[in-house]
Design a protein around this ligand. Sequence first.
Ligand code: SF4
Ligand code: SF4
Length: 321
Amino acid sequence: MSKKNKQLRWRFSYKSLKYPILIWVLGITISAVCGNLMQDWRTALHGAVISTTVAFASYLNLVLPLAYIQWARKSAMIILGSYSVLYLWLMRMENPDISGFMIYALQNTWTLSVLAFLLYTIILPIVVGRAWCGWGCWIAVLFEIMPFEHNGRKGRIKKGYAFQLVFLFYILCLSVGIWYLNIKGASIDLQQKSIVVTFWMVLLGYYVLGAILAVVFKDNRAFCKYLCPVAPVQQFFSHFAIVKLRGDRSKCRRCMACEEACPMDIKIVQYVDADERILSGECILCMRCVQKCPNEAFRPTFGLDLSFDESIRYMKSRKYF
Ligand code: SF4
Ligand code: SF4
């Protein structure tokens, strides 16, 4: 079959239903249990909407012609990103950002936003790596519609990771400052208002800075690489992710199409050559390498990578030691 026909072929099969159904059943069950425990039907409904969207998008990702699979991910991102922000903001008046997590921690308050934060920074990365960044993030959703899909620089700026750590420190200090000045000891109503205003202030800052970085570096994902304050935490836990892509060494012809398409600048072929899964904590499971490989060498795999090899490699590449 010619390369063009392969790209345009629908990939229907009964097997494609297996994982979407599993995701849906698991999601609905967890949402119902959480809703029941919290005695809150809105939590159950919210979980049901998210599980249904994820299950449907993963089904589309498995059956759409390769040429169109990015639509599965992008539509999931638009629905999940905008829905979660609107739901947590309008219906619950909460802040699911790291700034909110810090303020809730100082207040010793457990809310759905704290759960959401722990989910996308720690729990999901251990299961599916940084799929959140590729499929659901309410910050990156804006950058997905910008025109710089590929990194215009061909690589990262030197020591760019340092900005991320400084920005994380800044957001944490800002949150402590806002808590101390505006929230500590205030009435419940004022506390809630201050937390929501903080969310929108920080979110607007992320969008403006992210858009500027995208234009300057000609790279939609520049914010994720140089500023996102939660990315360092997600990266660490993603090293141990159960679901990761693997490239089949025997199918790879070293054409480098996957590396050229990767928005996160991952040296994919090094993993393929070493017969390893793509262990990098940077992989956002965007599926561009899957889409671009002319030999269909990539597939998702399940496994446990409990060694610290990748973390050590990562720290050495960043010259931490
Ligand atoms: S790195 Fe940060 S901004 Fe980028 S997708 Fe992940 S969580 Fe969102
Ligand atoms: S390795 Fe593949 S799935 Fe991961 S970020 Fe790069 S292109 Fe996307």
